[in-house]
Design a protein around this ligand. Structure first.
Ligand code: NAG
Ligand code: NAG
Ligand code: NAG
Ligand code: NAG
Ligand code: NAG
Ligand code: NAG
Length: 857
């Protein structure tokens, strides 16, 4: 429904356009510079409502100006100023409690933007002269002047002010607040109705911060206000980390040919346009013509949506955000506007033109006063909003308030007069305008206490969104507000889903110099650039950033590691050779199997203890060796599972001791064989050894030496639990530190020394003629043992963590297996599979045949 209405209104636009361009009666161009609305006391109103294109051909001093062709231009939007004035005056005149028995009227004078004509009109008004002839210091018509209402630009007010201040004539300005005009030395009787823009920069910057825009442009006039606000903006923006990509100050002499102005305009997606309509009109028109549609414009002025329609559908300012002071809606004013027509106010010089233009009336008489053939429903409120907006705006509101201020002051003055001269009652007011100043000053003070006719609140802003697509729609929709007095964080309220952004943006626009740095990165500011321009570099090793846009990454705490995205620290997992680990499980089961196998071999030996093969090779030593080997296999289990200090110490000592015992037993066996057959040894020693059962001492002695080494090791620098957090990424390796590498290598060296010793002994006796001579097997097992541990060392030192431990376990198992397999394998084979070879008769036969071939030594 709504959209149909818009469409309907759009269809009407071309009619207005053609009306503007063709066949317009000459009455339309006949205009005077002033008109008067009678009253006992009058307010002077100086508004800019029409102007002329060229001044050369403009007739001088003749009223009315006639036949000026198209050179006259009406600014019908400002007609609302007259309406606001009219409305306020009627309201006051109707009010029996305010200025009873005195009617208020006004004298309207047009303001053109040249000092000469502005002052001309002001002067004419003051002297109230006839036929535009000046009589300075005379009030020819004896009109009861009260005050002058001037605006909209501060220049107009200042120009008129220089004249009025000579007489201390009260002047009320309704244009935007201007600090220059508040100089009471220069303008002692000038009162500004517009609220100060104290928090506008804060409001705009809050909005910008809300949308996380950090790279914005700023366009503003190069005047005292522009210079003030630019420093305000800089301050607020610095606080919020927003940067200005460019600041374009528009000099008074600005022209669109100023090519440098248009540079860098496309660097941002958001541009603030701050100023007043008068100083920015040229720029805004140019921006509009250039169709700079890739920008969200944030403005403090309600720029006039299309004065001239054209055939582009796109409007540069579609999607703009406009900040304006917040007003309570005045429905009475809207009602009043409906009642306005040329008949009601015959003195008004603009209404007939409006009616002629928009309602197709024709002028019926030569005086251009009577209208004919108008549409019956003609009234100002049927106009599309972009042509005429019936709602009160900031200026009309100021005018309304200004008139009330005057009325209240007059009322006060009258009351005071009556108190002093009670008999004068009923005679009407007689006063000089300057007498009003005292009361106006008071009302100015009272304003702050918010009189009911004063609706402005300085710190409240409405945020409007301009919907102008298709062009001509011209809706200004309130999408939020800013209230500086609200608590921090609640100042800005927005209905974001209502906002229509410029067509080019499919979502909420972005305006940043550099994309924000994701977690895992940090900002690095670029030298010589604004702080909003930076690059993102990844966090360093083991450092993270878990938020966007950080300047500094943080180190992960001890025992934690940074993930590859560098946005989170994780607890490192602990690794060691566990039983659950396939490798650990395999090694442990192998160790258990082998030790069971050894126990099994013990069983076989015990069962066949009386067979020659068992008896032949020192049964006791075999038992000891087998038992020791069982422990050798079992001691490898110490290495598997989570290490603690006890297992660390146990690992090394049990390993050292069991292996020493095993090797010592082998040595003892080898020596026994050598002793039994080698007679080349010095007889005495041999005999002593035989008698003293020397070989039996070898085991305890060798073991004691190893125990001594271990003792020294444990006493000086025992193995301890160590954590290696750096070798493997994201993991902590728990391992036993050997404590002393020298000790560890001494233990290994001692073992290898024993192995070599055994090997030598066994090698010496390898060819001795005995059926069950195991020397060959002993030497072979020692060789394998030696090889295993010699290869172990380099491999051990080149691996880390679990594998390193597994390597050690593997070496233990391999060397023990070598002993078991080479020394006991052949025997078990004979015992179990060749029992016929394991009988005394066979042995005797064999021994005999062999001995025949060998010389007796
Ligand atoms: C202009 O208006 C007059 C009547 O006011 C009419 O007769 C004439 O045809 C119009 N001219 C154009 C060009 O529309
Ligand atoms: C006003 O009345 C005319 C006919 O007199 C009609 O064509 C037009 O649509 C009406 N306008 C509005 C806004 O009602
Ligand atoms: C207004 O005028 C009437 C008569 O003209 C008079 O009776 C009345 O007192 C006056 N009121 C005031 C407030 O001056
Ligand atoms: C000025 O005010 C007096 C008293 O109110 C009144 O009699 C007189 O008519 C007024 N003058 C004009 C020009 O309205
Ligand atoms: C402006 O918006 C466009 C499209 O959304 C985007 O690609 C570009 O990066 C934005 N420019 C800036 C300065 O943010
Ligand atoms: C970032 O990390 C800090 C400490 O590591 C933590 O306190 C904070 O909650 C984290 N922030 C986010 C958004 O995860």
């Amino acid at each position: 429904m709504l959209s149909w209405m818009f469409f309907f209104r759009l269809l009407q636009i071309p009619k207005f356009v053609s009306a503007l361009t063709y066949n317009i009666s000459t009455c339309y161009y006949i205009i005077t510079e002033e008109f008067h609305h009678e009253g006992d006391v009058v307010v002077g109103a100086f508004f800019p409502l029409h102007t002329f294109y060229t001044e050369k051909k403009m007739p001088h001093k003749t009223v009315p100006y006639q036949y000026l062709d198209n050179r006259i231009q009406y600014n019908f939007k400002n007609y609302k100023y007259i309406l606001a004035l009219q409305f306020a005056i009627e309201e006051i005149n109707r009010n029996p409690n305010l200025l009873p028995n005195t009617s208020l009227g006004f004298d309207f004078y047009n303001v053109r933007f040249t000092e000469k004509y502005t002052l001309d009109n002001a002067f004419i008004w003051l002297t109230a002269l006839v036929n535009r002839k000046y009589f300075p210091n005379y009030n020819c018509k004896k009109r009861n002047f009260t005050a002058a209402l001037t605006g909209t630009s501060w220049i107009t007010s200042a120009q008129i002010g220089t004249l009025l201040q000579l007489f201390k004539f009260p002047q009320i300005t309704f244009g935007p607040y201007d600090p220059l005009l508040s100089d009471h030395g220069q303008y002692p009787s000038l009162y500004q109705m517009a609220p100060k823009d104290t928090s506008l920069s804060l409001a705009i910057v809050s909005l910008i911060a809300h949308f996380r825009w950090s790279w914005v442009g700023l366009i503003l006039p190069d005047d005292h206000k522009g210079n003030k606000i630019v420093s305000d903006f800089r301050e607020e923006m610095e606080r919020k980390g927003i940067c200005l990509a460019f600041v374009k100050m528009i000099p008074a002499t600005w022209t669109s040919h100023f090519a440098k102005f248009w540079e860098h305009m496309d660097e941002t997606n958001v541009t603030i346009v701050y100023g007043d309509v008068d100083s920015l009109e040229g720029v805004i028109r140019n921006i509009e013509q250039r169709l700079l549609t890739q920008n969200v414009w944030i403005m403090n002025i309600e720029h006039h949506v299309i004065d001239r329609a054209d055939y582009f559908m796109l409007d540069t300012f579609h999607g703009s955000l406009i900040f304006k002071h917040s007003y309570r809606e005045n429905f009475e004013f809207t009602k009043f506007i409906k009642t306005v027509n040329p008949k009601k106010y015959p003195e008004d010089i603009y209404l007939p033109k409006l009616w002629h233009l928009f309602f197709k009336c024709s002028f019926a008489d030569i005086n251009c006063n009577v209208l004919d053939n108008c549409q019956t429903n003609a009234s100002l409120d049927v106009f599309p909003r972009h042509i005429f907006d019936v709602a009160m705006n900031e200026e009309s509101s100021s005018i309304y308030n200004g008139v009330y201020a005057v009325a209240h002051s007059l009322h006060e003055m009258r009351l005071q007069e009556l108190q002093m001269q009670p008999y004068e009652n009923g005679k009407g007011i007689v006063f000089f305008p300057w007498q009003l100043n005292r009361f106006l000053k008071d009302t100015e003070v009272k304003d702050k206490r918010c009189l009911d006719w004063k609706q402005t609140i300085d710190t409240e802003y409405d945020i409007l969104n301009l919907w102008n697509l298709p062009k001509g729609l011209g809706l200004k929709v309130k999408i939020g507000s800013f209230s500086a007095n609200a608590p921090q964080g609640q100042q800005l309220s927005l209905s974001e889903q209502m906002i229509q952004w410029p067509e080019i943006f499919s979502e909420i626009p972005q305006s940043v110099c550099s994309e924000s740095c994701e977690p895992g990165f940090r900002k690095v500011t670029l030298e010589g650039k604004a702080i909003c321009c930076y690059k993102c570099t990844p966090c360093g090793d083991n450092e993270i950033s878990n938020e966007t846009d950080v300047y500094q990454c943080v180190k992960c705490p001890e025992g934690h590691f940074a993930n590859t995205e560098r946005n989170n620290c994780f607890q490192k997992s602990v690794i060691f050779l566990a039983y659950e680990d396939p490798l650990g499980m395999a090694l442990a089961s192998i160790a258990l199997c082998l030790s069971s196998l050894t126990v099994f071999v013990i069983g076989i030996f015990v069962k066949h203890r009386d067979t020659p093969i068992v008896k032949a090779n020192n049964r006791a030593l075999s038992y000891i060796l087998l038992l020791t080997l069982t422990f050798c296999f079992l001691c490898s289990l110490n290495f598997i599972g989570q290490p603690n200090t006890a297992t660390c110490i146990l690992q090394q000592t049990t390993f050292a001791v069991t292996f020493t015992m095993a090797l010592a037993t082998v040595l003892a066996k080898a020596i026994t064989v050598v002793l039994a057959f080698k007679v080349s040894f010095p007889g005495k020693i041999v005999r002593w050894l035989m008698l003293s059962r020397g070989p039996n001492y070898i085991i305890p002695i060798c073991t004691l030496i190893q125990l001594l080494i271990c003792g020294i090791w444990m006493a000086t620098s025992p193995p301890f639990i160590d954590e290696d957090a750096h070798t493997e990424y994201g993991q902590i390796i728990i391992l036993c530190n050997k404590g002393s590498a020298v000790a560890f290598h001494s233990v290994l060296g001692y073992l290898c020394f024993l192995a070599l010793g055994s090997y030598t002994m066994a090698f010496l006796s390898r060819n001795l003629p005995d059926t069950f001579n195991e020397s060959k097997y002993l030497s072979f097992s020692m060789l394998v043992f030696f090889c295993v541990w010699v290869t172990f060392l380099p491999v051990y030192h080149s691996t880390k963590g679990k594998i390193m431990v597994a390597m050690e376990v593997f070496s233990i198992l391999a060397s023990s297996t070598a002993l078991l397999a080479f020394i006991f394998g052949p025997k078990c084979y004979i015992i179990l599979l060749r029992p016929e070879n394991n009988s005394f008769t066979h042995i005797r036969k064999k021994t005999y045949s062999r001995r025949k071939n060998f010389p007796k030594i």
